[in-house]
Design a protein around this ligand. Structure first.
Ligand code: FRU
Length: 930
């Protein structure tokens, strides 16, 4: 695992951990949230009186046991319309259950029904609606209460009595039911007369007002049944205001505990009795949770009632106090519990935080430890790598200094050898020059001597360049600059190329803005730059091309000399490398050593100038040499006191011109000489060598030549020569590529190929043979050896041909390396055999099937089988005829058609010419023989 992946693994674990902790935290929160489950809405018809407040308190006490529940409370203040609106709002809020004490039965019925029908459970408490569409009812039986009141009054009566009923709100169910019960309760007592009924609307004041309205009847009344204690208290007050002589009994309903409650009223004798009417607050909440929790519940929860009068009021009060104190205890305990719960929750939160922190501390501590360990490991491995790199660097430095020393030693050696070469070369050149000055020599001798001179000059140029290079690069030769007219200097150099330009029909032009421009330069060095650049321009420019030299002096700082040709140009990938030491562009004409441009650059640079090149393939090349003006850039020791002459420029030009001169003219074909039977193709880009080889081989063979690999490929396919001699390094495609292509093409695969090269290493030879060349000969070669090799390869081919022609089965003996030839021969023989009976079968048919031209097919068959195709086909037909005559009972006429002859007479003539007897004679002899 590398460093980066370790770090990302750690980050990954970190993310997982943080995710887990967050999930725990969120799920904890979620659990707490789950408890907040139900929303209960309670719509109260009126909330201001004690009874209703007691109901609400009871509810809240019970709700405190369900801490998660939400409770929404609304008070309609005795208005049915308001109550309808409040319930609708609650339903919109999304309550889970509705508790309602309807102000009046009818007006509240539709909204309660719609809530119920929507699926919201409805608990009706105390008062009812006019419908049975509700989930549960909680409250006392008001009919029973009314009845109990009637019976109580009846049982107390001793003689006839008059009774008045003070009723609740008309339309509210308790008022209706209590009235009904009361009327029924007094029915049994014939002495009890209900003399009037008034509506007090459950309110004290209203009850008083209504009683005042019937004050005339009050003197005759013995008992009053008020539907609740507050109206009973009001009744008592009205009765007292009249100071009636007799004590009128007043009975109320509700029996609430506390100072303002009915029990106290009974105790105080304010009223005579009260009927317990429990609020049902607690029962309503219990039922609500049973419904919400889908537990069992009672639909009708009827609360019990009892009459409280002077007989049991004390007991009731005591009980109530006890209950009240117990209630208070419960409230206190609940408060305590709540506080404990808060403390517990706080502690739990603290505990959670501590646990999480502990886990995080352990995990991060572990991670930190892991990181520390990993870091140590990484550091150790980095240190090891560092050591290794350091070691490698030292090794590289060592090797590079060794390589530098080796290069220097090699260069020293070359320089020394070069120095040694100079004397013999000079000694060779002098007598050659003498010889050539004498005009009385044969043309051939002159040509050969010129070739020797030219190549000796080339050698001299190379040797000189190597020595110069060595001087500048390694010995840091300094300048010996003097002030010279560069215009004149360039003109002289350019003029020495005029003759070459003329002979090659190349236009050579020189442009200069002035006749004199003084530049400080070393005449012995700078000439080599321009000779080299101009001779290069010539080398790569074909006949009728252009070479332009332009001098520019546009400013006071430097002059520019531009050498421009419209020759073949340089491949873009080679442009940046051409100034490299010993660099030779691939596929470039191989005439240089790769040192000339590198040397030129060195020379320009020690003049503190620059040299650059621009080139476009097939459009030409431009070199721009820029030289500083003045002498400020020169050190004192770089300046020569004297004006240097450049007298030997002309003699120096010779060695550069040698590369360009064509000594050996293209040998003219001797039109009178007899054409040779076999053709060879020679591919060589060195014109002299090519002409030499063409001339030598023309004695024995028809010779064709090419200088470029691409052209050679086309020519070989077109010509199908009997043998090819090719150089390895060629412009276009290399000799190896050429060989590979020819050997894998059915049209040319049979042609023996000899590769010639100066690259004589074993690997090069092997790679040459691998390209399927038949022979690999290194330069310099002995011509006789080459000639013998050519003869030998051609003879081998002839021997092979003889085999094939004599026996087709020998095709199998063709070496497997010649698979293409074997396949060709198999195809060819197969096609012929299949068509022997086809009278119209022709060479064109074979060409179409095999996919070669007529001439290619002729040459291929001739090369491989040594015979002409028509002869071969005829031969096969006659052989088949012989076979048919020998075996089977076919008539001569039948055989004639079987072997594709148009008529038996012609068949007989041909057969006789070949075998010396007619087919019938042959058959007869055969029969006789047998
Ligand atoms: C309170 C009250 C009680 C009575 C009940 C009837 O508002 O008037 O006194 O018993 O309502 O619904």
């Amino acid at each position: 695992m590398n460093i980066r992946s370790k770090v990302s693994a750690i980050c990954y674990y970190q993310y997982i951990l943080i995710f887990l902790v967050m999930s725990l935290f969120i799920s904890g929160c979620h659990k707490v949230k789950n408890k907040v489950s139900y929303t209960i809405g309670f719509s109260q018809c009126t909330g201001s009186d004690l009874w209703r407040r007691t109901m609400l308190d009871e509810m809240k006490t019970e709700l405190s046991l369900h801490p998660g529940a939400e409770f929404i409370y609304s008070d309609a203040q005795g208005s049915s319309k308001r109550q309808v609106a409040q319930v609708a709002k609650m339903l919109d809020q999304g309550i889970d259950l509705l508790i309602i004490s309807p102000n009046e039965a009818q007006p509240l019925t539709p909204i309660v029904e719609s809530a119920y029908e929507k699926g919201i459970p409805v608990i009706v408490i105390d008062r009812k609606t006019a419908s049975s569409l509700y989930t549960a009812y909680v409250g006392a039986d008001n009919y029973e209460i009314g009845k109990m009141a009637g019976q109580y009054i009846g049982s107390m009566a001793k003689g006839p009595i008059n009774v008045i009923e003070v009723m609740g709100l008309p339309g509210s169910s308790p008022a209706i039911e209590r009235d009904r019960g009361f009327v029924d309760g007094i029915k049994r007592f014939s002495n009890v007369h209900l003399i009037n009924k008034v509506y007090g609307d459950w309110l004290k004041n209203n009850a008083q007002t209504e009683l005042f309205k019937i004050k005339d009847q009050l003197s005759a009344v013995n008992a009053v049944f008020a539907h609740n204690d507050v109206m009973a208290a009001g009744t008592r007050r009205v009765l007292d205001s009249f100071n009636l002589p007799k004590k009128v009994k007043v009975i109320g309903v509700d029996a609430l505990p506390g100072n303002d409650g009915g029990i106290k009223m009974v105790d105080n004798k304010e009223i005579d009795a009260t009927l317990l009417y429990p609020t049902g607050g607690k029962e309503a909440i219990i039922t609500a949770f049973q419904i919400l929790n889908k537990e069992q519940f009672f639909r009708d929860n009827i609360l019990q009632s009892v009459v409280i009068d002077s007989a049991n009021v004390r007991l009731m009060e005591l009980q109530w106090r006890k209950i009240n104190s117990q209630q208070n205890d419960i409230v206190r305990q609940q408060k305590l519990l709540k506080e404990q719960d808060e403390i517990y929750k706080d502690q739990q939160s603290v505990l959670n935080i501590i646990v999480i922190s502990l886990v995080l501390a352990i995990v991060f501590g572990g991670l930190a430890f892991y990181w520390l360990m990993e870091n140590r490991k990484i550091n150790r491995s980095l240190e090891a790598k560092n050591d290794e790199i350091l070691h490698q660097r030292n090794r590289l430095i060592e090797m590079s200094s060794m390589a530098e020393a080796a290069t220097e030693a090699r260069l020293n050696f070359f320089t020394n050898v070069s120095h040694e070469f100079r004397t013999p070369l000079t000694l060779m050149l002098a007598p050659i020059q003498d010889f050539l000055s004498n005009e009385n020599h044969s043309e051939i001798a002159t040509r050969n001597f010129k070739m020797i001179q030219q190549n000796a000059l080339r050698l001299l140029k190379l040797v000189n360049q190597l020595i110069d290079y060595r001087k500048i690069e390694y010995e840091k030769q300094s300048l010996n600059a003097s002030a010279n007219n560069i215009v004149e200097f360039l003109k002289e150099i350019i003029d020495s190329f005029r003759l070459i330009a003329k002979n090659n029909h190349i236009s050579l032009e020189f442009f200069t803005p002035k006749k004199e421009i003084i530049v400080w330069f070393d005449t012995n060095m700078l000439d080599k730059v321009f000779f080299n650049l101009i001779s290069n321009a010539f080398k790569f420019t074909s006949e009728s091309g252009q070479v332009k030299v332009t001098l520019r002096a546009d400013n006071d700082d430097f002059v520019e000399i531009e050498i421009k040709d419209n020759g073949v140009g340089i491949n873009p990938e080679d442009v940046s490398k051409i100034f490299n030491q010993f660099y030779q562009a691939e596929n470039a004409p191989i005439t240089g050593s790769g040192i000339g441009l590198s040397l030129s650059k060195e020379i320009v640079e020690i003049h503190q100038g620059t040299i650059e090149v621009k080139s476009k393939k097939w459009a030409g090349t431009t070199f721009i040499v820029s030289l500083p003006l003045g002498d400020k850039h020169l050190k004192i020791n770089e300046k020569s006191g004297n004006h240097e002459e450049w007298l030997d420029l002309n003699s120096r030009s010779q060695i550069y011109l040698a590369d360009l001169e064509k000594v050996v003219e293209q040998p003219q074909k001797d039109l009178l000489s007899k054409p040779k039977e076999l053709t060879i193709l020679i591919v060589e880009d060195n014109t002299d060598l090519l002409h030499y080889l063409v001339e030598k081989f023309s004695v024995h063979y028809e010779v064709d030549s090419e200088e470029n690999g691409n052209n050679a490929l086309l020519k070989a396919i077109e010509l199908v020569p009997d043998l090819i001699i090719s150089d390895v390094l060629l412009p276009g495609q290399s000799g190896k590529q050429l060989t590979e292509k020819l050997k894998s093409d059915v049209r040319t695969s049979h042609i023996p190929i000899i590769l010639l090269t100066a690259q004589g290493s074993l690997e090069n030879q092997i790679s040459g043979i691998e390209s399927k060349a038949d022979l690999y000969i290194t330069k310099p070669f002995n011509f006789d050896y080459l000639l013998a090799s050519v003869h030998n390869l051609i003879n081998n081919r002839i021997l092979l041909k003889e085999h094939f022609t004599n026996d087709i089965s020998l095709i199998e003996k063709i070496p497997t390396s010649k698979n293409i030839d074997k396949k060709f021969l198999n195809d060819f023989v197969g096609i012929v055999e299949q068509n022997l009976s086809n009278e119209k079968f022709s060479v064109d048919d074979i060409c179409k099937i095999v996919g070669v031209s007529r001439i290619q097919l002729y040459r291929k068959v001739k090369a491989l089988m040594g015979c002409n195709i028509a002869d071969y086909i005829l031969n096969r037909r006659l052989l088949k005829a012989k076979h048919l005559l020998n075996n089977g009972n076919l008539t001569i006429a039948e055989i004639t058609y079987r072997i594709g002859f148009a008529n038996p007479n012609y068949f007989a003539t041909v057969f006789k010419a070949k075998y010396g007897c007619t087919p019938s004679e042959f058959k007869r002899n055969k029969i006789e023989d047998s």
